[in-house]
Design a protein around this ligand. Sequence first.
Ligand SMILES: [Zn+2]
Length: 262
Amino acid sequence: MPLAGGCLNLANLTIWNKAATAKMCWDLEHKQDKLWIKWIHSYYIKGQDFNTYPVPQQACWMTRKIMSSRVVTTQLHSDHTSSKSLIRQGYLQLLGDYPRMEWKRLMFKNDARPKDKFMMWLHMHGVMRINDRLIRWGMEVNPECAFCQLQNESREHLFMLCYYTKALWNRVMQWSARTYTATYSWGQYVQWAVQNSKEKSQDATIFKLVFAEVVNAIWLERNARVFEKRRRHWEALAREVAFVSCVRASVGSRTKLQQLHF
Ligand SMILES: [Zn+2]
């Protein structure tokens, strides 16, 4: 599924195979200059109407599979003037409409490390194993926030509302010459991130990178406190985010980041 649909841009191979078989079926009907196609025409079809010719049961599995996908081929509209391959055109048509995620921009052209982008992707989908989810699943865990021990851990508290994460966001945004807008709901938080990553400017590129690094830093620090009983000050996390961002940024953004004073 495409990034725009909030996915990781990995092809759905079942649908891709369907489209590839439909393309072979289209070839079988139209491109009679290939040896295997000539053979099927002269051995089975013998000048009869391709679309109504029954699938020959004595034919091999592959031939039957290709001819059976005539139903799919008739549903697809191929545009031969398009630069996209016929298989890709068919794939996109078979995929159908999918909801567009407004935070998709955070994933496009983000210089962050792949594992941090993946973490951000989980974060935006709200599927991280945060305590309130684990409790809903019936697991017995300490519900308290690992940073403040004053509130229960939820995605809103952990990433937006806790004093620790607020301080981290403020420090990192201040360093990257951005303003951190305090948010009180998940919707507001996503809007803030989307708004800052919208422009096609270097600032937006830097924001996307820094955002992914902060999300990852919060999550790693939370895990270190829960599982290893290790703790670091938010200032140390902010410094690490700044360092990683400077290292990972593409050439233009790196020059700009290196001019910022931490
Ligand atoms: Zn807290």
